[in-house]
Write a protein that binds this ligand. Structure first.
Ligand code: 5GP
Length: 211
């Protein structure tokens, strides 16, 4: 019986520190597979093709949509971002827990397609701290930072659609909490369908045998 992994969606305001949290989670614990998205955004200094993202132009992105190659996609601050379908499915089938670090529109589409997905929202300790982290990154113009803060205002309205909030104050604690939440999701009935079906069949057979 192939044990299927949990599909985990992680969202959070731009600058909330999701990237750092994800990296630490994957480094510290085994069995996580981090999905690499496709985007039309320009590569930032320090990013790597095929690791940070698959960087493509609009025509390639739109072609991938047409071929039904994405689980979900969304437009965010003027660029397309999407999750390649095949790799995610393969990893889940092999029993890995797959993490999608995506924004809210995409997260809600994933929930429609995979109701058993675990949706986590990473929160900075305060709005001021968020602004500070976005500015400290130093890779974006004032205008881009402002657009991302405005987006955070919008996204703050949808937080209740998530299963759990993860506070990102101390990195260590945040990562440990997230790991615990994912571990718990393995015990949800949706994640144990085959086991439940097997139990029902065995119970039925045993009861029948006793009659
Ligand atoms: P950034 O440009 O800062 O790397 O990402 C901008 C936003 O796009 C972040 O909130 C990030 O989580 C989100 N994002 C990254 N990949 C995807 C994706 O495949 N689908 C969706 N819907 N959002 C994504």
């Amino acid at each position: 019986m192939g044990h299927k992994g949990v599909l985990v969606v992680v969202s959070g305001f731009s600058g909330a520190g999701k990237g750092t949290v994800m990296k630490e989670l994957v480094d510290r614990y085994g069995n996580y597979a981090l999905s690499v998205s496709m985007t039309t955004r320009k590569m930032r200094p320090g990013e790597t093709e095929g690791v940070s993202y698959f960087f493509v132009d609009r025509s390639v992105f739109e072609q991938t949509i047409a071929q039904d190659g994405l689980i979900e996609y969304a437009s965010y601050c003027g660029n397309y971002y999407g999750t390649p379908k095949r790799w995610v499915q393969e990893q889940l089938d092999s029993g890995k827990d797959v993490i999608l670090e995506i924004e809210m529109q995409g997260a809600l589409k994933v929930r429609e397609k995979f109701p058993e997905a675990l949706l986590l929202f990473v929160m900075p300790p305060s709005a001021e701290e968020l602004m500070r982290r976005l500015t400290a990154r130093g890779t974006e113009s004032k205008e881009v930072i402002l657009r991302r803060m405005e987006r955070a205002v919008q996204e703050s309205e949808g937080i209740e659609n998530y299963d759990y909030i993860v506070m990102n104050d101390k990195l260590e604690d945040c990562v440990a909490q997230m790991h615990a939440m994912i571990a718990m999701a393995h015990n949800r009935p949706e994640q144990k369908r085959e086991f439940i079906a097997g139990m029902r069949a065995q119970l039925g057979a045993l009861v029948k045998g006793e009659k």
